[in-house]
Design a protein. Structure first.
Lengths: 344, 935
């Protein structure tokens, strides 16, 4: 399983190390530094690096390399997914994930990492659960702790840990009960010189922010669920009901989470008049005095379309069961460019 | 107020100050001090000197302080074992705490302290925690068993923790089940032989139930564990697949890939006629495509796995070519992998798109990527014949760009295209020649020289071109030197009149001025060939070359099947079986796909090898595992490369073959042993495969009609033991059927009737295929001969010795040993590549060596003798005067035995080395060899 973790900045300093089994000397990172040197850019450092006795698996996020050390055969995706979870957790705890922030909160970071793995096995990786175990630092809490002498470590068994809904704790209370859903679609496309589309696909997600009291059981239905045939769900979604009724039925985690992500290669754009094909034109101007680029550059396009999911996906209704109050519900649509590349 | 304050130090000495603070009376000050200590620890400062002071803070009600002290303890206990013991009491006490969180924390921390003395105290609390009423404690304890096993495996076994852990697989809480599975899997990895995870349909059901309810990580452990299970039939396989498929929609990519592994493996058992099979195939594509929209690191691992999946089941992703198109800001490691898969998916249907993309990539900035894109165009040309022309013109366009490395790559691949489609595209040579001066890489120079030599008759100034290379002969790399030598000899044989001087020059450069033995040897051989028999020289040097085939880097099928079992693991990223890289190679268990169902057999071949050569055609695939070949035959072959192999490797190959054949015989023009193709080092593309195949095929064609060796009949049941019935017999094998030839003699005074025979269970399941038929009663002193057909489908029970057979005739029992060779089946000739791969794959401890004395046979005679008993010679070679025969045989129950028989002319003893996955048969195989060879 995962043996150790090293955090390395882009200038090659190890600024944090954590070992879940025996201590692995930080000299193991020399192999990583070699690879880092060979790669022209930080993004190009290979994610799996073999060394004589270990394997180094790394992800590069927020200008930090998260390098995991493993010694036995462990599924690499398991390690990489875990590293992403570490990044997400830091971001969730501290607002941003950066070297100064991690250094400023080193003890909390250490406590959190200790809760995330036990002997290299994942222990608590849901941000909800972790926050029950180790409270995230806030200015207010620091002040309160200093005055009252209380701690930022919970002494109750995190309630979600063993229930069938490990992603949600019990006893959640809000005065304003609200549930917001954002349908966000990104278009990945490659357009060639002549303007014709080489590939185009939609990567869509539904991100949710749910602040509801108690144990609400939600169902979300779509006007056109047939559009979704390649989907990945948050563990809370009951797969059977989706299979049989095309309805998303779930007990939501508390707070922000990604309900599902989906993928579409082709979609229905409706009728287009062949005489008047819609087209979008743009000009690119170089800075004054700049020389013309040698290679034909590929242009990365950014755009946003508010209140529209380009695939046509539409939410029909959201219902809540299990709780009595009336929540405030909201849904937002947005389309933006993902990796939208125009070759010249 | 942040934790960075913990780093501020004073001049007086940090440790000194911390010590004082740790011993402070104020709780808050203590906690702050411990935090400072931890902060120093995280950045790698040594604060071990504070051990006693920190441990003193351990007994506290404050959970945060306790946790911090535990963190410290785990880090430093190892270096201060005597001090660490001070903590034991608190641990043991905490394990009894009413708060499950504290109990779990204590047992968890204790397991992390790798100090023997503490470990001893751990056993009792651990035992209690494994049975704790709170599942949170139980799941923590399960992991603790794995920790303890890592520290002291023996202790864990002695204490019976493994059994308790196995019981936890049936726990009511899915999280406990998942952790038990994870712990057992980790323990099993260091204990490959143990059947810790012995799964049966009941436990599988438990796992499948837990799968739906546990965390994403638990799902990974459970899926990986399920993948090791072998369903008993296709129905069970299908029902597991049905319950695993929902995992394909999980947001965690590791869960998805582990599910893909289970499905890919169990699919093997499903009939292709089944509707469900088609449904499953369709369900596999979307999740794989989705993985490609994840972060680049995840994409990379996914792509490496997809590479295996498209080789095994190309139909899954055949319509998804576009998702593999490269985005310009993909990291280079993703780009290169995508390119590889694009080529694998290239077909006539999508080749136009693919080529347009590849051409686009060839104009990018990244040199490695551009090179690979150019090579990819070449591979497309070779793979999809209809596209060859378009590929060539694309390559020509690229050459026009005059970008140095693009031109060079293009020339290297065009050479391969020439090889694949002779007399089709040579018109482009003129364009290639224009770029002669810009070539500065050895591979490109060598390729260009090969082209000039090969087509010397069509290039007016071929002699001038080659001469221009000759000027700097000694500065060239060996690869280029060898190529130049051969090219000039070719030129001379084609245009002898004008080029005599040139050939003289190169021969003298190669033989007299060079220190390189390969070059010298080749020079001498050419020289002598030319001076003794120019006609023979022409036959050798200008011999027709075998065509090269499309895919040069397909993974060999048995390896591919094994790798499919390792989807999602490091092995799948490296495309090597774990035995090839796991630390210490400690007994890795080989995994294999479940056997295919019979009904799918017919449809199998076109699907699994859609790009392969039609059956019957000699495969000229450049062996991907060239290193194996080299290893076994002691030849120095180049590394397996995805492009064509380096010229040097083929050259050395050629040289060895030549020498093996004997220089004298070569020059004498008789008994030409070395195959001509192998002797032509200029065949950059694929002489290795072809040369070897020629070598290897020496023995094919030897008739196999004469059946196996038959031992003379021996008395199995003497008359005195069976009321006057004497039975003697022997075993025969003829054209695939085994029979027991019996001779029954009535030595009693009465007539005997009603014979019947029954076999006890035996190792290979030998059983009568028909009842014993003795038609007439057996009169006194009468003898009958009966041939009893046998089958190997009887019930199997391992016997000691293995070939022990107990019979029961009427009421008389006799037992006899049957010679193992009657079990050698007719299709026991292993394919060369398979042989080499298998030989290397079987661990050395399975090798057994035997001496066969008094066996004055030469290799030829031995080989044909053995062949008639279904021991097949796969390859033959001569090393330092000894003849080596590489042989294979297969037993009726599918066990393969590989053999190396070393025969020294003049020495009546020969040495037999046997390798087999079931080493217990070796002894009997050896006996069979001895029997066959001596009779």
């Amino acid at each position: 399983m995962i043996h150790s973790l090293f955090l390395i900045n882009s200038s090659g300093d190890i600024f944090l190390e954590k070992h879940w089994k025996s201590v692995v000397s930080r000299s193991v990172c020399d192999y990583f530094f070699e690879a880092q040197e060979r790669a022209t850019e930080a993004e190009n450092v290979p994610p799996v690096i073999p060394t004589p006795h270990h394997y180094l698996l790394s992800v590069y996020r927020h200008k930090i390399f998260f390098v995991a050390v493993i010694q036995t055969e462990v599924p690499p995706l398991f390690v990489i997914e875990f590293l992403h979870r570490v990044v997400d957790t830091f971001q969730d705890y501290f607002g941003v994930c950066s070297e100064p922030v991690i250094k400023d909160n080193v003890v909390v970071v250490y406590e959190v990492l200790e809760e995330m793995l036990d002997n290299g096995f994942p222990l608590a990786t849901e941000s909800n659960i972790l926050k029950e175990l180790i409270k995230p630092p806030t200015i207010l809490r620091t002040v309160v702790n200093t005055i009252t002498g209380s701690t930022n470590v919970g002494d109750q068994l995190p309630t979600g840990q063993l229930s069938v809904v490990p992603w949600r704790r019990t006893g959640v209370k809000y005065t304003n009960n609200e549930a917001y859903f954002d349908v966000i679609e990104e278009i990945d496309a490659i357009i060639d010189k002549s303007g014709s589309t080489i590939t185009a696909e939609i990567q869509g997600v539904i991100d949710a922010c749910v602040k509801l009291t108690g144990m609400p059981d939600l169902t979300l239905s779509f006007m056109n669920p047939r559009l979704l045939d390649d989907v990945s769900f948050h563990p809370c979604v009951r797969f059977k009901r989706w299979e049989s009724e095309r309805i998303l039925s779930f007990i939501p985690p508390d707070g922000n989470f990604r309900l599902l992500s989906y993928h579409m290669l082709s979609w229905d754009v409706g009728k287009i008049n062949p005489q008047k094909l819609p087209s979008l034109k743009g000009t690119m101007s170089l800075q004054a005095g700049a020389s013309k680029p040698d290679e034909n550059p590929t242009i990365n396009l950014q755009f946003k379309i508010q209140q529209l999911a380009i695939s046509g996906l539409k939410v029909n209704r959201l219902d809540m069961y299990g709780e009595k109050y009336k929540p405030f519900k909201g849904i937002k649509y947005m389309t933006k460019a993902g990796k939208f590349q125009v070759r010249t | 107020m942040t934790d960075s304050k913990y780093f501020t130090t004073t001049k007086k000495g940090e440790i000194f100050e911390l010590k004082a603070e740790l011993n402070s009376d104020k709780k808050e000050k203590k906690k702050e001090a411990v935090k400072k200590v931890i902060a120093s620890m995280t950045v790698g400062k040594d604060v071990s000197a504070l051990f006693p002071d920190v441990v003193n803070c351990m007994q506290t009600d404050n959970l945060e302080l306790k946790k911090l002290v535990y963190l410290y303890l785990m880090n430093y206990a190892k270096s201060q074992p005597d001090m660490a013991i001070m903590a034991v009491n608190t641990f043991v006490k905490d394990c009894e705490d009413p708060n499950p969180l504290i109990r779990a924390l204590a047992v968890r921390t204790m397991g992390c302290i790798r100090v023997d003395k503490i470990t001893e105290y751990l056993c009792e609390p651990l035992r209690k925690c494994l049975k704790d009423e709170d599942p949170y404690v139980r799941k923590t304890a399960a992991v603790c068993v794995a920790k303890l096993h890592d520290i002291n495996a023996q202790l864990v076994e002695d204490q019976g923790f493994l059994d308790t852990l196995k019981d936890l697989i049936s726990d009511s809480n899915p999280m406990v089940v998942a952790n038990a599975v994870a712990a057992l899997s980790e323990i099993a990895e260091s204990h490959p032989s143990s059947n810790l995870l012995d799964l049966n349909p009941q436990s599988i059901n438990k796992l499948l139930t837990a799968l739906n309810e546990c965390t994403e990580w638990g799902q990974i452990f459970i899926l990986d564990c399920l993948a090791n299970y072998m369903p008993k039939d296709d129905r069970e396989a299908q029902s597991i697949c049905e319950r695993v498929t929902p995992r394909l929609s999980h947001a965690n990519s590791a869960v998805v890939l582990s599910a893909v592994k289970v499905l890919m493996k169990f699919m093997e058992m499903l009939s292709k006629d089944l509707d469900y099979y088609g449904t499953l195939l369709k369900k596999l594509a979307p999740p794989l495509v989705t993985l490609l929209s994840a972060e680049p690191e995840l994409q990379y691992v996914a792509l490496r796995n997809i590479n295996l999946i498209v080789q095994k089941r190309p139909e899954i992703l055949k319509h998804e070519m576009k998702v593999f198109f490269v985005k310009y800001n993909d990291p280079i490691y993703v780009k290169l992998e995508k390119l590889d898969i694009m080529i694998r998916l290239a077909s006539q249907a999508n080749i136009a798109q693919v080529l347009a993309e590849l051409k686009e990539y060839a104009t990018e900035v990244d040199v490695d990527f551009v090179r690979k894109a150019v090579r990819a165009i070449g591979r497309c040309a070779i793979k999809v014949e209809q596209s060859a022309e378009r590929c060539v013109s694309t390559l020509l366009d690229l050459i026009q760009t005059k970008v140095n490395y693009v031109v060079q790559e293009a020339i290297v691949v065009i050479k391969d295209i020439f090889r694949k489609y002779p007399n089709k595209y040579e018109s482009v040579i003129a364009t290639l020649c224009e770029n002669l001066d810009s070539l500065d890489e050895p591979e490109a120079r060598a390729a260009m020289i090969w082209i000039v030599g090969e087509y010397a008759e069509r290039i007016d100034n071929a002699d001038e071109l080659l001469e221009s290379f000759l000027e700097g002969f000694h500065d060239e790399s060996t690869q280029v030197q060898l190529q130049l030598l051969t090219a000039i000899v070719k030129l001379f044989l084609k245009k002898p009149t004008e080029t005599q001087e040139l050939v003289q020059q190169v021969l003298s450069l190669a033989t007299q001025d060079s220190d390189n033995p390969d070059l010298r040897d080749r020079g001498y051989i050419y020289w002598r060939l030319l001076s003794t028999d120019p006609v023979a020289a022409k036959e050798v040097v200008l011999a027709e070359k075998p065509l090269i085939s499309e895919e040069t880097d397909l993974i060999e099928p048995t390896l591919l099947d094994e790798l499919i079992c390792y989807i999602g693991t490091l092995a799948s990223v490296y495309h090597k079986p774990p035995s090839a890289f796991v630390e210490g190679g400690r007994g890795v268990v080989h995994k294999s796909l479940p056997p295919r169902t019979a009904s799918s057999e017919s449809a199998e071949s076109p699907e699994t090898a859609p790009t392969g050569a039609p059956p019957g055609e000699q495969p000229d695939v450049i062996p991907a595992q060239g290193d194996l070949l080299g290893d076994l035959l002691n030849l120095d072959l180049g590394p397996p490369v995805s492009g064509p192999p380096l010229a040097t490797s083929s050259v050395q190959m050629g040289a060895v073959d030549l020498l093996g054949g004997g220089l004298d015989s070569l020059i004498g023009g008789t008994n030409f042993v070395a195959p001509p193709t192998a002797a032509v080092p200029a065949n950059l593309g694929a002489p290795i495969g072809s040369g070897l195949s020629d070598l290897f095929d020496l023995t094919s064609g030897v008739g196999t009609l004469s059946g196996s060796y038959v031992a003379p009949k021996a008395v199995w049941l003497p008359a005195m033991k069976a009321k006057g019935l004497e039975i003697s017999g022997t075993f025969t094998r003829q054209v695939g059927s085994i029979s027991m030839d019996l001779q029954l003699t009535n030595k009693a005074l009465q007539v005997m009737t009603d014979f019947a025979i029954q076999f006890n269970r035996n190792s290979f399941g030998l059983a009568p295929a028909a009842p014993l038929q003795v038609h007439a009663p057996l009169s006194p002193n009468q003898t009958v001969e009966i041939s009893l057909p046998l089958s190997t489908v009887g019930s199997v029970m391992k016997m000691e010795p293995l070939n022990n057979l107990q019979n029961n005739i009427d009421v008389f029992y006799f037992s006899t040993l049957y010679p193992l060779h009657i079990l050698f089946v007719e299709d026991g000739k292993m394919d060369r590549q398979m042989f080499l791969a298998t030989w290397k794959d079987i661990p050395n401890e399975n090798e057994a060596q035997f001496q066969i004395r008094d066996c004055p046979l030469n290799a030829e005679a031995a080989s044909s003798k053995l062949q008639s008993s279904n021991i097949f010679t796969v390859a033959k070679r001569n090393v330092e005067g000894q003849d080596m025969l590489y042989q294979s045989l297969k037993l009726t129950n599918g066990i393969w035995v590989l053999a190396e028989l070393r025969i020294q002319p003049g020495n009546p003893s020969c040495t037999l080395s046997l390798k087999c996955r079931a080493p217990e048969v070796s002894q009997h195989v050896y006996q069979a060899y001895e029997t066959i060879l001596k009779n």
